[in-house]
Design a protein around this ligand. Structure first.
Ligand SMILES: CC[C@@H](C(=O)O)C(=O)SCCNC(=O)CCNC(=O)[C@H](O)C(C)(C)COP(=O)(O)OP(=O)(O)OC[C@H]1O[C@@H](n2cnc3c(N)ncnc32)[C@H](O)[C@@H]1OP(=O)(O)O
Ligand code: CO
Length: 138
């Protein structure tokens, strides 16, 4: 894995949380994107070299809705940038980690993503992220 790509924070109300984090970071979010397959609406902040993703559920069975119901708002996942997501998924699978999707899926901000089960990571949900190459992005 190369570096932390973003930290995901589960929020109840994206508009209210955008205002809150704009105050905290002293800058506005740079984009809002809905990812229907995950049942989420996201916003992104760039804080120096770091990226923060706020996530609001768009449906009741979204992972974000279930997380907030059980644990409340807060840090939901840590995403790591990888250069070859399939290779990284194979490497982790070979060591017995449960990858929650068979194939990489399209996430937000032009990324292929995959998740490791949080119970295999000391209770931390880990997301792998690979930038989608231009040739695959049509
Ligand atoms: C916007 C797209 C993308 C991006 O580009 O960045 C995203 O970030 S999408 C983010 C939302 N999507 C996901 O989280 C997908 C992966 N998650 C899942 O597949 C599921 O949420 C899960 C992790 C498999 C859990 O689902 P499920 O088993 O159906 O639900 P439970 O709620 O019963 O959870 C079981 C167990 O796991 C604990 N849990 C759940 N989520 C987390 C978490 N984020 N961090 C830590 N632990 C988590 C949950 O508390 C349960 O444990 P127990 O209570 O001890 O049973
Ligand atoms: Co994420």
């Amino acid at each position: 894995m190369d570096k932390i790509e973003h930290i995901g924070i589960a929020v109840r109300d994206l508009a209210a949380s955008n205002k809150l984090f704009e105050k905290i970071f002293g800058m506005p979010h740079y984009k809002i994107e809905e990812v229907a397959s995950e049942g989420v609406r996201t916003s992104f902040f760039e804080v120096g070299p770091n990226k923060i993703e706020l996530l609001e559920a768009t449906k009741d069975d979204s992972p974000i809705a279930k997380f907030i119901e059980k644990k409340g708002e807060g840090i939901h996942h840590i995403a790591f940038a990888v250069t070859d997501i399939r290779k990284e998924m194979d490497r982790l699978r070979a060591q017995g980690f449960r990858i929650l999707n068979e194939e990489p899926k399209k996430g937000a901000d032009n990324k292929w993503v995959a998740f490791l089960h949080p119970k295999d990571g000391n209770g931390v949900l880990i997301e792998l992220c690979q930038e989608i190459p231009v040739r695959e992005n049509t």
